[in-house]
Design a protein around this ligand. Structure first.
Ligand code: MN
Length: 411
């Protein structure tokens, strides 16, 4: 493999030269900080050591790069990680790699194990798509007045559980719990019958704020390192029975799946767009200037046990009513401190079109319109053996920037 061919081949992959995300891989028993170009991973420490012109980064402690997680690397701050990524991009485009240097820096993806990129301390899930909140309100509360009175005034969220966040490719066990089969009846215990997905994206905290010091909205982007795709698996029957009065609990915390490569905000910069108009004036701490949404196409595939693949949803991250800056400003306005590696998920991302809804509950409209699959089968919720894969990407100047797979199979 030579670098010119790799640059060409990677152009149409999620990991073109414009992406250069960060992740953790394991090779010969050790884990290290890596980037990704097409089907190859880049050993960042070797890149810095072996390529000329990377002297600005030579001083960085080895322990930052030979590490089980990205947290210490992220903690270097954007003043280091942004120019480092830029320098790698520029050096690759100069195409000056001898065969032996190439082999020391690049490894084929099949030669390494892709690992959990972050030590996630805390995880928060928002509820920031107006289409999703409206659909849920119409189905379960009041079709004529679907949004709760607080929804247009702040990004609603809840604290999730970090321990059960798993990497793409990890099987998901169908949870058991309490639920009512029919309303008004005594609850039963058993495996969830309404196992669902939530199509989400999540941002990774890249800078800490001390306890008691809110992050002002105009500084919020400095605190966001990058993004992942996120599947917030949800047991609707368990959720429905438990969520009043304190919100989601066992219907959510059995598993959430993330994609392995953290795509930086800098890589997503070309896709920045204006968000939807906010219909109700927001309080000052949530007022924000400029384009704060990102145009990132989203697709959800359902893969049946027989291998049949159906794209059940096509949505876009740009539909989000509350943007990441507003979420972060709101999350910390009471003084709550964020820590490096914390994850904030968007909430289910639905659009207006019926095929853009980000959960099966909405796609099948509470079971009244079963989802038709390519092999002739139908689904209202997931069956054992079904797998879900989320894809997210856009293209700039012919270069694709994407997130790779975010998949899990129900067992
Ligand atoms: Mn969710």
């Amino acid at each position: 493999m030579d670098i010119l061919k790799l640059l060409k081949d990677s152009k149409s992959s999620d990991f073109s030269i414009r992406n250069l995300p960060f992740g953790i891989v394991e090779e010969n028993g050790t884990r290290y900080v890596a980037s990704r170009l097409g089907d190859y991973v880049i050993d960042i420490r070797s890149f810095v050591n072996l390529m000329g012109g990377m002297e600005d980064f030579n001083h960085i402690d080895d322990k930052v790069f030979h590490n089980d997680y990205l947290n210490d690397f992220i903690a270097l701050g954007k003043s280091v990680t942004v120019p480092l990524r830029k320098a790698i991009q520029a050096k690759i485009e100069e195409l000056r790699f001898s065969e032996s240097i190439f082999k020391m820096i690049f490894s084929h993806i099949d030669q390494v194990k892709v690992c959990m990129p972050l030590k996630i301390g805390d995880y928060t899930d928002f509820y920031s798509s107006i289409e999703h909140a409206t659909n849920v309100g119409k189905m379960f509360r009041d079709p004529n007045n679907p949004l709760l009175p607080n929804w247009l005034h702040m990004p609603i969220g809840y604290h999730g559980r970090a321990s059960s966040i798993v990497l793409s490719g990890t099987d998901v066990h169908r949870p058991s719990g309490q639920f009512q089969v029919n309303e008004g009846e005594a609850p039963q215990f058993g495996p969830s019958r309404n196992l669902d997905i939530e199509l989400e994206m999540a941002f990774v905290i890249g800078k800490e704020n001390p306890l008691g010091q809110p992050i002002p909205i105009d500084k919020a982007e400095d605190y966001i390192f990058g993004m992942l795709t996120f599947n917030d698996w949800s047991a609707r029957d368990i959720q429905r029975w438990e969520y009043v009065p304190l919100g989601p609990f066992l219907g959510k915390n059995f598993a959430s799946t993330i994609s392995p490569w953290v795509v930086t905000l800098e890589a997503l910069e070309p896709f920045r767009v204006q968000g939807p108009e906010q219909k109700t004036a927001v309080l000052d701490y949530l007022k924000v200037e400029g384009a704060k949404n990102y145009d990132i196409g989203l697709e959800v595939d359902l893969i049946c046990p027989d291998g049949a693949v159906t794209t059940i949803c096509r949505s876009n991250f740009k539909y989000m009513y509350w943007n990441m800056c507003q979420q972060l400003a709101h999350h910390t306005v009471n003084g709550c401190n964020m820590r490096i590696g914390d994850l904030c998920a968007s909430g289910t991302i639905s659009g207006e079109a019926e095929d853009s809804f980000g959960s099966m509950m909405e796609l099948a409209w509470k079971g009244t319109k079963p989802i038709k699959l390519s092999n002739g089968e139908e689904r209202k919720f997931l069956l054992n053996g079904d797998a879900i894969d989320i894809r997210a990407y856009n293209v700039v100047d012919g270069f694709r920037v994407g997130f790779g797979p975010c998949c899990g199979k129900i067992v």
